[in-house]
Write a protein that binds this ligand. Structure first.
Ligand code: DAH
Length: 329
């Protein structure tokens, strides 16, 4: 019995301990065998012997459970130690990224406006003349309708040249107050260093009853938006012209490359144009049958914002699916 206890105490692993348990309490184990010796005894002898081996068995078992817990705890600690992950280890083949710069920029824009309660709207890519042009105060002989600029199908259908037709569709199906943004692809017959036939825009539209939606609201919203996207920049509004807004403006930010000092990217002006905006023209409200409302709208090119925030200087690299370029993001 003493050697059994000694062996139990010396066990170093759970397997060793299990072998000792079988040696003592298995079918042919030393303690088990002792019980079969009971058959040959009688009377008080039998009683005494039975008491003795039961005590031995109990002692062995309680020592065994103590040892078992001790070994299991030690083994768990060892494996936790071995399996510890060193998060500071350099991983050379790590291809995780924030995604394509266009999608990344688009998501940031959507996030900003959805937090302000704007509804996300989607419109068709194949549009009709009314939604893409006439309802936006671009009448029949307007130069923007030129065959040179627009991809036409039969029957005055076309690939939308901007996301502004979604303004019209939203107003036709909803009543004010409206707060919506619409991101998506747009198409023009253009291909050079700074233009691709397919590109992306985000349109924004706010309409409210009476004269609640003002140019001041527009200015505040866009200034805060541009600071959210570009960080610490100055924002200025320049008067401009769009057929669907009156008054109209373009927003510039101080050049993100030279901090406004003047460089090649900003043509030495210190400013970069980033979006168009304005107060919705009465003509547009008339086209959708709205009365006694006010509103403002804005539109921007996602590629331009992505180039400025991600430091990309050739627009075409966004569309060439060259992994060496995309992996940098
Ligand atoms: N649709 C214009 C474009 O494609 C962008 C734009 C300018 C949209 C002013 C607007 C706006 O909603 O108010 O260049």
């Amino acid at each position: 019995m003493n050697t059994l206890i000694q062996e139990l105490q010396n066990a170093q692993t759970s397997q060793e301990l299990e072998a000792i348990r079988l040696k003592a309490l298995g079918k042919k184990g030393i303690i088990t065998q002792k019980f079969s010796e009971l058959k040959s005894l009688e009377g008080q002898d039998k009683k005494n012997f039975a008491q003795e081996i039961n005590e031995v068995k109990q002692k062995f078992e309680s020592l065994y459970y103590l040892k078992k817990t001790e070994l299991q705890t030690r083994e768990l600690e060892n494996s936790l130690q071995k399996e510890k992950i060193d998060v500071s280890l350099f991983q050379s083949q790590n291809h995780r990224s924030f995604g394509h710069p266009i999608n990344y920029t688009k998501d940031r824009i959507i996030d900003y406006f959805m937090h302000l309660g704007y509804e996300l709207c989607i419109g068709p890519l194949v549009e009709d003349d009314f939604h893409n042009f006439s309802a936006l105060n671009l009448p029949e002989y307007h130069p923007a309708r030129d065959m040179q600029d627009t991809f036409y199908f039969k029957d005055s259908m076309l690939l939308r040249t901007h996301t502004s037709p979604v303004q019209i569709r939203t107003m036709q199906t909803q009543t004010p107050p409206i707060k919506m943004i619409c991101p998506g692809p747009t198409f023009r017959r253009d291909y050079d260093l700074t233009h691709t036939p397919m590109f992306h825009q985000v349109e924004g539209l706010v309409v409210d009853n009476g004269n609640k939606a003002s140019f001041a609201n527009l200015k505040y919203t866009l200034e805060d938006f541009l600071k959210h996207i570009f960080g610490d920049v100055k924002v200025r509004f320049r008067s401009s012209f769009f057929p669907f807004t009156e008054p109209s403006a373009e927003a510039d930010i101080s050049c993100v490359f030279c901090k406004g000092k003047g460089c090649r990217v900003c043509s030495d002006t210190g400013w970069l144009e980033v979006l168009g905006c304005g107060v919705v023209d009465e003509y547009v409200f008339e086209a959708v049958g709205y009365q006694n409302v006010s509103g403002y709208a804005f539109g921007m090119g996602i590629e331009r914002l992505a180039m400025l925030t991600c430091g990309v200087n050739d627009l075409r690299s966004f569309f060439e699916t060259d992994l060496r370029v995309l992996e940098q993001f």
